[in-house]
Design a binder for this molecule. Structure first.
Ligand SMILES: Cc1cc2nc3c(=O)[nH]c(=O)nc-3n(C[C@H](O)[C@H](O)[C@H](O)COP(=O)(O)OP(=O)(O)OC[C@H]3O[C@@H](n4cnc5c(N)ncnc54)[C@H](O)[C@@H]3O)c2cc1C
Length: 420
């Protein structure tokens, strides 16, 4: 029943972060095996924008051109207090090869990452669920269920997942890019601590009959923060923060099967509520929804792993952090984490590799403390007092990272942890 194999690195998860890890490993000629419990990547828009630094990274992996062909460039972020425009961030002023936000549905991005990975001679093992890992000083044993789906049921038929074979892989390292319920995090006993209260958003993606502003908007008011994104083909996404109790909320689980659960699944998601949310939080919006492509209630937890891995098992992406949705940070920063991990793994000498890996976790925690302003350093006397007073609503919702984030914060007279 057990089928034993050897490889250098096991990548768990073939979401955007795992796929970037696979690209980087392929480019470094490192032998790897990639597993995903799902049957392929066919999700929704989810994290729908790439930050300038992410496009630079994807360019290094040879993927930027295909992404630009299927995406839309958004050059500005505007910050609103109700209907009052408080500030704007102009990406066109950035010193970057990609001075804009690149709007592309996450499912499209994953498709491109997969196609280009195939061109490099690799593909994930779908239907392979990592069930357990054990490690010693020399290697990690990864136990994987190969699954099949079959129709079962006596009184009524339903689809059931069955184990077809159990495989064992012996690897030198594991990259856990296996999302928020990470098995890699679980087996290493790493706590996933809250960094803030969870928030629930009513998300609507729809086609509009009017011209859309070509900028992302963050709207802060008494009810919370609400996000607007223009999308290709005259679609847009609104995410309205809502206060709901006992609602049948979909948690942040990826829906791998594109079956829409019915528009009356929850009354907050009907057309009348959409119109109400728009008139309450976004009076500047002058379009009418022609066709709602996707609507859902999503519960965004805010958590960070107490460590980003240890010894031979390392974490990247949602496996290590969850945050507010506006800035698309978990996916974007996660892709950098995957790339960075592979760079550290590819160091030739054992000693250098071990010391680079030992610093990976503290480097990541420092980066996230800055991004989420966990130490409260995001301020400056010359900044607009309203911006400073609302920085907690803004920090994680700003779609920016690294040097471009410093430059954009400078536009609104703010220093962040890295420059303060
Ligand atoms: C409904 C919804 C709306 C969202 N909206 C936003 C948004 O507006 N803004 C935003 O920034 N983010 C949003 N997200 C989150 C965004 O999708 C994630 O940040 C992103 O997918 C993280 O990528 P990842 O590769 O780290 O993890 P994932 O994309 O979750 O990929 C992990 C992969 O690991 C696989 N896996 C898990 N366990 C195992 C196992 N034991 N063995 C093998 N494979 C395994 C899973 O099948 C999955 O394919 C949303 C997510 C959802 C579900």
């Amino acid at each position: 029943m057990f089928n034993k194999k050897h490889t250098d690195v096991c990548v768990i998860g073939a979401g955007p972060v795992g796929l970037v890890a696979a690209h980087a490993l392929a480019d470094q000629n490192i032998e790897f095996a990639q597993f995903d419990s799902a049957d392929g990547c066919h999700t929704h828009s989810y994290a729908l924008a790439l930050l300038p630094e992410s496009m630079e990274l994807l360019d290094r992996l040879g993927v930027a051109e295909q992404i630009l062909e299927r995406s839309m460039k958004v050059p500005k972020v505007a910050i609103y207090h109700a209907n009052d425009r408080k500030a704007e961030l102009d990406y066109a002023q950035l010193n970057s090869g990609f001075p804009h936000l690149t709007v592309i549905r996450q499912c499209e991005l994953e498709k491109i990452l997969l196609q280009t990975l195939r061109a490099k001679g690799h593909k994930p093992h779908w239907h392979h669920r990592v069930r357990y890992m054990t490690e010693n000083d020399h290697h990690v044993m990864v136990e994987v269920d190969r699954t099949i789906q079959g129709m079962t049921g006596y009184a009524y038929a339903h689809i059931d997942t069955q184990i077809d074979k159990i495989l064992q892989y012996r690897a030198n390292y594991v990259i856990g890019a296996d999302g928020h319920r990470s098995a890699a995090r679980r087996v290493t006993n790493i706590d996933f601590n809250e960094t803030g209260a969870a928030k629930t958003y009513a998300v609507f993606e729809f086609k509009v009959d009017a011209e859309l502003p070509n900028e992302m908007r963050i709207i802060v008011d008494d009810q919370g923060s609400h996000i607007f994104w223009p999308m290709p083909d005259n679609y847009c996404r609104f995410s309205f923060e809502v206060d709901v109790e006992d609602a049948p909320i979909e948690t942040i689980d990826k829906e791998h099967c594109l079956v829409y659960k019915g528009k009356s699944a929850y009354p907050l998601l009907d057309e009348a509520h959409l119109a109400g949310f728009v008139s309450q939080h976004a009076q500047w919006f002058n379009g009418t929804a022609e066709e709602i492509r996707w609507r859902t209630l999503v519960h965004f937890e805010r958590r960070m792993a107490e460590s980003f891995g240890r010894n031979r098992i390392w974490l990247a992406g949602d496996a290590a952090h969850l945050t507010a949705p506006g800035g698309m940070l978990s996916m974007n920063i996660g892709m950098h984490e995957a790339y960075d991990l592979v760079e550290r793994l590819s160091l030739d000498s054992d000693e250098l590799r071990q010391s680079a890996l030992a610093n990976y976790s503290s480097d990541r925690i420092d980066e996230w403390s800055g991004l989420l302003d966990l130490d409260g350093l995001l301020q400056r006397e010359s900044a607009d007092p309203w911006i400073v007073a609302h920085k907690d609503s803004l920090a994680a919702n700003l779609p920016a990272s690294g040097d471009t984030r410093h430059a954009l914060l400078e536009q609104v007279h703010l220093d962040d942890a890295m420059t303060a």
